[in-house]
Design a protein around this ligand. Structure first.
Ligand SMILES: C[S@@+](CC[C@H](N)C(=O)[O-])C[C@H]1O[C@@H](n2cnc3c(N)ncnc32)[C@H](O)[C@@H]1O
Length: 308
């Protein structure tokens, strides 16, 4: 990385040779720093501390990686960090900062987030075509998948639930910027600032059968099994007959998770397809449940349909 920083190559977009070399170095590091069956640097180990001390500052010269590492809103995946992934435009004051940001924005886990947004936009179109008119996004951030389709399709009600008022304000600004509120009427957009904990404790209302399409992406990666199961039950109850529930989760088999853990101190709860399917196992009226995986293989989507 020092060689790269001092080279003329940082003045252009990352070459494939540099990207592959950096990836190979990281893969070697995870292999050498771990045990044969369990690569990666153990949490809080001296090896991890040394990696952060020596390589960390270079990685954190990328604006998006620095935000993940510093966690200014208390956690890594805040909506502003997500928006940087969606903008997909490297920033930085120096050529090296811009190079690192360009490199980071192409990381497979970050491409997976953009793929997931696009898949959700497609599902919104499909559900709308099936007749869905009430949609709810749990831990919505600034709801980019809805903003992307807001001028094409119109829902009767759109509910965005997020604990961060800033994320909801940003969503509203985006809907206004593209010149279309989702249902073309302000009153159809419900901005619900609160935690999913309130939903579980019945302090907030999600009437049974009140929604046609409920989805949550970027939240279950933080939930324990017990909590995830309880929340899924609650959301399933809020779904009308014939409705669809979609839940996103990273899977832990892609080597990128060693990077997010060791370079960014970002630990997630990973789930495999069978873990996701278990969340709806035994719920009443599951007509069909399947797991879709986006193209990088980093992210799964549980897609469950309620019998009509
Ligand atoms: C990784 S972002 C995902 C945002 C959006 N779904 C997307 O894909 O761009 C996680 C979002 O979850 C929200 N969040 C985290 N914990 C929450 C909770 N307990 N209740 C409600 N929202 C929460 C955060 O404020 C943040 O906007």
């Amino acid at each position: 990385m020092a060689e790269l920083e001092n080279s003329a190559r940082v003045r252009s977009a990352p070459t494939q040779a540099d990207v592959l070399q950096l990836e190979a170095l990281l893969v070697d590091l995870w292999r050498l720093g771990g045990t044969p069956g369990a690569p990666g640097l153990a949490r809080a180990s001296p090896e991890q501390a040394r990696f952060r001390a020596e390589a960390g500052p270079r990685f954190w010269s990328s604006a998006v990686l620095r935000r993940c590492w510093e966690k200014p809103r208390g956690y890594a995946g805040d909506f502003l960090m997500m928006e940087a992934l969606y903008r997909h435009t490297p920033t930085g004051e120096t050529p090296f900062e811009r190079w690192m940001d360009a490199w980071a924005l192409e990381l497979p886990g970050f491409q997976a987030v953009r793929n997931r947004r696009d898949l959700l936009s497609q599902m919104l179109r499909e559900e709308h075509a099936r007749g869905a008119r009430r949609v709810m996004n749990v831990a919505s951030g600034s709801a980019p998948e809805l903003v992307a389709v807001a001028r094409e399709i119109s829902f009767d009600t759109v509910t965005l639930l997020d604990q961060d008022q800033g994320a909801l304000d940003a969503a509203l600004a985006h809907f206004n910027r593209v010149g279309a509120l989702p249902a073309t009427r302000h009153e159809a957009l419900r901005l619900w600032c609160g935690s999913v904990l309130e939903l579980l404790r019945n302090r907030s209302e999600l009437p049974a059968g009140s929604q046609d399409f409920i989805y949550s992406i970027g939240l279950y990666d933080y939930l324990t099994e017990r909590f995830a199961r309880r929340l899924t039950e609650k959301l399933w109850n809020g779904l009308a007959p014939g409705g669809q529930l979609v839940l996103g989760n990273f899977n832990g088999h892609h080597p990128m998770h060693h990077f997010t853990e060791s370079a960014l101190d970002w630990y997630l709860v990973y789930r495999d397809p069978e873990d996701l399917l278990r969340l709806v196992d035994g719920l009443p009226g599951v007509e069909r449940a399947q797991v879709r995986t986006e193209d990088t293989g980093c992210l799964h989507l549980l897609v469950a349909r309620k019998a009509g």
